[in-house]
Write a protein that binds this ligand. Structure first.
Ligand SMILES: [Zn+2]
Length: 167
């Protein structure tokens, strides 16, 4: 492991610890040349299989990029997006698969995004779940409302003529 400061080709591990969910190992290293310390994170590789069948390495940056579009004009900062992407990655890695389908990545984004900003969530869900009518939005909003109600209240049902929502 090269030192990121002086590019020395050697470094010494001074501490190793496993991430809480067991998905990664963080190593604290020290460069014997410049004495500076840095951290490396080792994790198993994670591949995303796209609908086309093509695969690409999982990327937090891509998640942030995709979600940031849904967050335009919303009070969501870069830090929020970075935390969301981290949550998504931790969730996916905790499942222990080496490969994951792109739509499962989308599913893993929905939960944390809803906690972050409901409007951004609706925007993201409308694209991701291909909402094609006002009823789709109404159904999604009804779910948000129902889950916001204090516990004990029976969630209000949208009109009886609307089909049940399936993800
Ligand atoms: Zn160094």
């Amino acid at each position: 492991m090269h030192c990121p400061f002086c590019r020395n080709t050697d470094s010494r591990v001074i501490d190793s610890r496993t991430a809480d969910d067991g998905s990664a190992i963080r190593r604290r290293r020290q460069c014997p040349a410049c004495q500076r310390r840095f951290t490396t994170v080792e994790s198993t590789s994670l591949t995303v299989i796209k609908r086309s069948g093509a695969s690409e390495p999982f990327s937090r940056a891509k998640i942030q990029e995709g979600v940031s579009k849904a967050c335009q004009g919303r009070p969501v900062g870069e830090d929020d997006l970075a935390r969301l992407a981290q949550k998504v990655e931790e969730h996916i890695r905790s499942q222990g698969h080496a490969e994951i389908e792109a739509h499962e990545v989308g599913l893993a984004i929905l939960g944390p995004l809803r906690e972050l900003d409901e409007v951004a969530y609706l925007r993201f869900a409308s694209v991701y779940q291909a909402f094609d009518s006002l009823e789709d939005f109404e159904a999604a909003i009804a779910v948000l409302r129902a889950e916001r109600e204090p516990t004990g209240a029976e969630p209000a049902r949208a009109g009886s003529d609307s089909p049940p929502t399936t993800p």
